[in-house]
Design a protein around this ligand. Sequence first.
Ligand code: CO
Length: 210
Amino acid sequence: MESYKRLLLNNKAWAEDTVQRDPEFFHRLENVQRPEFLWIGCSDSRVPANEITGTQPGEIFVHRNIANMVVHTDLNLLSVLQYAVEFLKVKHVIVCGHYGCGGVQAAMTHQSLGIINKWLRNIKDVYRLHQAEVDALPTEQERFDRMVELNVQEQVMDLAKTSIIQRSWAERGGPHLHGWVYRLSDGIIKNVFEMEAGTELDPIYRFDNL
Ligand code: CO
């Protein structure tokens, strides 16, 4: 059997099983979604938002890209963010990175990878901002792990630099921003950074005419 056919068979079995356990499941979700969470995660196949958080369809609005980046010229991310914050009115935005992230690892080398260089440059900027702290760590593993954490922290701060988040904070006192890092070796998520609504950021990023 071709491998993709397994996916369709699994889907059929899952849908039947779901209806058996909860006959109203699909009816409830058919016309409306009211997720409380926006997830900005890595595209890495080992870090699926729903599975690792024990959540069901309808609970998390998801955006994933290489190394869970919040890039202000990324129309895709910005559209997802605006929709989630302004229309779905999510209460929490979670940036979830993971140790062992290939994107972060590649950004720490001098290898040219083509168009992806432009994406990874944003991670190199994170390193430049935190170079003293990262370089002071004794082993390559610790430097890599810390870079994953700092990258998540900077992406959360990049969320807070958007007018979308700042306007929402002013208007409805949310969402709460979270920076998490998932460990591939044991499946545990570590909370590494957070910003509650109204948290001060470097004043140069503040918009006064929202
Ligand atoms: Co990754």
